[in-house]
Design a protein around this ligand. Sequence first.
Ligand code: SAH
Length: 352
Amino acid sequence: MQKQLTATCNNLIDKLRKEEKLTYEEYLFLIKNKDLCKEYLYKNSRQVCDSIYGKKIYIRGLIEFTNYCKNDCLYCGIRRSNKNADRYRLTKEQIIDCADQGYELGFRTFVLQGGEDLFFTDEILEEILKEIKSRHPDCAITLSIGERSFESYKKLKQAGADRYLLRHETATKSHYEKLHPEEMSFDNRVNCLHELKELGYQVGAGFMVGSPYQTEENLAAELLFLKELQPHMVGIGPFVPHKDTPFKDKLQGTVDMTLFMLGLIRLTLPHVLLPATTALGTIDPLGREKGINAGANVLMPNLSPTNVRKKYMLYDNKICTGDEAAQCIECLKQRVSKTGCEIVVDRGDYKN
Ligand code: SAH
């Protein structure tokens, strides 16, 4: 019986590798039987990654420039209702300084991430983007600052932003509504992703694995959603509870399911840029290495000044909050080399 099930799963994985998509029922079948076929999946997903990107691992320098947020996502440690969050904003000079230091360390992509902080108007962001671009014209800049208007996305693009990371968080509207307060809208979030694509950004979507109320059916739906959206990047990581949120007592996502989803995403969107996230490294000391072995090809180490790192706590026990950027990169180089891959100095653009 088990042998037969394994054979069916492996056939589906072969089919996915060949056709780059499955039906909802087929994805669900694999997810339900992941323990029977995960090793076979990872073998295939790593091979597919190698065939497109080789053994190269791209790094993105993450600059967490503000933890003020007007939103109140139920899972997030920097939600506006969290009165225990120690709020900070980096100055323009501090942000530029992070990028300069990152450049010296070999970063060619910077990700400016933050809460939805109204202090950072288009004008201020445009100034920052232009300054980084003029100092480092060979670098790509990614913004990850949530939902804004089409006009704002357009201005920021013109000022030098190349990419935008906006996780949709879940592809199922009813599930989205369980993770967010009423004033937030699934349709608006997805619409933002379409607008970003229309404006010519390289777009990153993504979701949390094991977020509260998520079902295996929801996970199967993620793959259909991603196939349709065709993002350039997909950021996924396990949900990890934060002690000062309504989800403090919820279970965290698992390493196993996160890796399995990474593998399925790699086969569904072979060219996609796929990070092994810090959240994955937080719930398993070897999480990021395992992510690479399952088909991930991006790491996003922290370039934020060490004195603010602990304040950008989206979830409990976040790793790498004490080290200098230079230490982080050394540590990651060692880790990556154990997977047979290698960190490169490269913008790491999407390969068609
Ligand atoms: N404000 C920006 C950036 C959000 S923080 C935006 O709206 O896109 C980046 C990501 O961290 C989120 O998209 C979410 O998926 C993830 N995140 C937040 N809280 C988390 C938690 N408790 N566990 C795991 N991931 C979390």
